[in-house]
Design a protein around this ligand. Sequence first.
Ligand code: MTE
Ligand code: MO
Length: 383
Amino acid sequence: MRIPSDASFGSRLRSAAVTARVGLWLGICFGVCFATGLVSHYAQNAAHPVPFPASPAWGYRVTQGLHVVTGTAAVPLLLVKLWTVYPLLFRPPERGWRRLGVDLAERASIAVLVAAAVFQLATGLANSAQWYPWAFSFRSTHYAIAWVAVGALLLHVAVKLPVIRGALRADVDATAYDRPAATADGVLSRRGLLRATWLSAGVAVLATAGSTVPWLRQVSVLGVRSGDGPAGVPINKSAAAAGVTASATADDYLLTVADGDRSRTFTRADLLALPQASCTLPIACVEGWSASGVWTGVRVRDLLDLVGAPSGADVVVTSLQESGPYRTTRLHASFVEDDRTLLALSLAGEPLALDHGYPARIIAPNRPGVLQTKWVSRLEVAA
Ligand SMILES: Nc1nc2c(c(=O)[nH]1)N[C@H]1C(S)=C(S)[C@@H](COP(=O)(O)O)O[C@H]1N2
Ligand SMILES: [Mo]
């Protein structure tokens, strides 16, 4: 087999004029994805030096939706961008020690950028399909590599800035930044290629965004967990999968509310006899879907008042589930003190379905879905 040289790639479509235009949008997508990813990571942290706000209630739904939409749009953009530049891989190395050093450093930084970008998009997509063909922790790894990707991206933009500027200011058919070999007509025009690229990014978005945007449901063939489940809210983990079917339906179910050595227990009937509050709040899953529901139950603050708990403390929520990362979660004070934070007993006017967390679950505004703990057995003021 003959190794190609950069002269083997003659299409004038593989031009910096195309790369810079696709790269601009790819950079915007990565920027939005990074910022919204930081929000999501912070929201899930155990400690919040700066309180995470409970308002607006739909905030996390929007940032998480943007995260998945921009990540999805980035897939075709990255593929086209790589297609336009990969002949550069076969460019002969520079001569002279200094130039060779710079050349190798640039190639290494681009290798890091491409590897990190592909890793982020591949693991992100797999996560939104709830497919985990790996042994590492998704959240911490996706977070760490995000910094690598953004660092390498900033370096890349800084190095390429003169070319990017020049290419974006000139007409898309200009040849100033083309490789000498790239002169043959492509199968379509540069404008045609760009149009096809925007179209495929748009189709990728429409095919998945219906998992968070209700009126897109009909066209979202890939938005698999959209609109199904009791009361129109999808099920993430079922009671059977969590191993709580028996304990959640047992006659002797009790909720314990505790603050130090003061504690009280409640049956579900006791909870239903307390003053009830209703609010419309979304569940926004980190896996990319979200759905809104009308939840009714007892305000968490009212429950804490019944054991005389002071305001301003965090609360540890424990589920009947015996193991798993979401068995206990921390409800930070900013949520505890919010009137819309409920121990929900019903959804859409019906008793909570077993899979939605019967007998009782947490629902709070602007909170990641993973922290909306189901099958709650204990609320305890954190020490
Ligand atoms: N005890 C417990 N609560 C849980 C989970 C879980 O696995 N165990 N999954 C969480 C996740 S990831 C999401 S997105 C929401 C989904 O709630 P739903 O299934 O009622 O839509 O529940 C959360 N509550
Ligand atoms: Mo989730």
